[in-house]
Design a protein around this ligand. Structure first.
Ligand SMILES: N[C@@H](CCC(=O)N[C@@H](CS)C(=O)NCC(=O)O)C(=O)O
Length: 227
């Protein structure tokens, strides 16, 4: 069935939450994809600390953001949503089978090989830094992060984009890598990865997406409630 171009696309996001997560919440991945293809959308925003309605679990079974609905296909999980968007626009997912499968493979790698390797370190540094177990845990998590960053450096060598041309794989991989900024100096040992991340963050679509993501928090603060 052809999609109704007039149907509104809605995503969920946060407008308040721990300051450390501003700029990193995963709605940014969807906003970035929309900006790459000039697709309008509306963000329905919540306070991360406020309980969500029981109805919200129908939209996102883990009570998280983002959820997505374009009037045709309600979805959750950023990887699935980006694949869905990629199916609709070759600027996000190449049409030639080789390029398409490279991009899909790297989208999965970003989410299931890189993100699980970096998340424990990121979460420890951002949220649990003062816990008594943080220092020894950080050492163990760092080792795994270094191992993955080393392999990623080799995979990225000589490439602008992880799967050849820019795709959803880069939106996922770059947003998985972004929180590593919060571990000062970590990427210094991986100039290829650092340059890749900077290249992705330099895209005009990323700038617009980040500005809108941050504006949700700022507008809420201006309206009188701290983020
Ligand atoms: N695998 C999910 C992860 C979603 C996720 O972790 N969302 C976070 C924000 S980035 C969230 O809503 N956290 C609040 C919570 O878990 O209560 C996806 O990629 O969509």
């Amino acid at each position: 069935m052809p999609l109704d171009p007039a149907a509104e696309t809605v995503i969920t996001a946060f407008h308040a939450g721990p300051p450390a997560v501003q700029g990193l919440v995963r709605d940014l991945r969807l906003r970035w994809a929309f900006e790459e293809i000039g697709r309008p959308y509306r963000a329905e925003t919540f306070d991360a600390f406020a309980p969500r309605s029981a109805e919200y679990l129908q939209r996102q079974p883990f009570n998280q953001v983002p959820a997505f609905d374009d009037g045709h296909q309600p979805l959750f999980e950023t990887g699935a949503i980006l694949l869905y968007l990629g199916e609709q626009d070759e600027r996000l997912l190449p049409r030639d089978p080789g390029g398409r499968w490279q991009a899909i493979t790297w989208a999965f790698a970003a989410l299931s090989s890189v993100e699980p390797a970096v998340s424990p370190l990121v979460v420890t540094n951002m949220i649990h830094r003062d816990k008594p177990w943080a220092d020894p845990a950080r050492e163990a998590f760092l080792q795994h992060t270094h191992r993955v960053l080393g392999h990623l450096s080799e995979a990225l060598a000589g490439k602008d984009w992880i799967a050849g041309t820019f795709s959803i794989a880069d939106i996922l991989l770059a947003t998985v890598l972004r929180p590593l900024d919060r571990t000062p100096g970590l990427l210094d040992g991986y100039p290829v990865v650092a340059a890749y991340k900077a290249r992705a963050e330099g895209r005009p679509a990323f700038h617009r997406a980040l500005a809108d993501h941050l504006a949700a928090f700022q507008q809420h603060e201006t309206a009188g409630e701290p983020a």
